[in-house]
Design a protein. Structure first.
Length: 165
């Protein structure tokens, strides 16, 4: 039953991400992201990581997606890129896509080698995670919070109407 749920949730995540990429409507893309986040939370739940599963729902499917929807509603999407900038954006997207595909292949290869020789790993408790987060990983945690605040401020600045001069 566990393998069936794993493959079902994996297909759900993959389909939601493909739907997000293919969809032309940004609001539908945001709904596909919610579906992908919910599927990912289900995968974390199957891996006996209930804290990360709940955080996935509360933080990502809740707070981060609200920020995405806020930006989608405030920015004029119909304007789009001018034709002279579309070629540069497509070229940059192509290079980035090739780079990310290479990273994905390397990651899958490393994960496969790790799973072949990895001993049985027991998940830590929420108290262990909290202790690590606020001792060893305190600075990355704080830097991440600053980046999220900067992204929120940037979204607010981008969403304001420009005054006519």
């Amino acid at each position: 039953m566990g393998m069936f749920l794993f493959f079902l949730l994996s297909l759900l995540c993959t389909g939601a991400v493909l739907g997000m990429i293919i969809s032309r409507n940004p609001a539908y893309s945001a709904l596909f992201v919610v579906l992908a986040f919910a599927g990912t939370a289900g995968l974390f739940g199957l891996m006996d990581a209930p804290f990360i599963a709940v955080v996935q729902i509360i933080i990502y499917a809740g707070a981060i997606l609200v920020l995405f929807v806020f930006v989608i509603m405030m920015v004029d999407i119909k304007q789009g890129l001018p034709p002279e900038k579309k070629k540069g954006a497509a070229l940059a997207a192509g290079f980035l896509g090739i780079f990310l595909l290479g990273e994905l292949i390397l990651s899958v290869g490393r994960a496969w080698r790790f799973l072949q020789k990895a001993p049985e790993i027991s998940p830590g408790s929420t108290a262990d995670l909290g202790e690590l987060l606020f001792t060893r990983y305190l600075y990355p945690f704080e830097i991440t919070s600053l980046l999220i605040i900067a992204a929120l401020a940037g979204a607010v600045i981008l969403s304001r109407k420009r005054e006519s001069s």
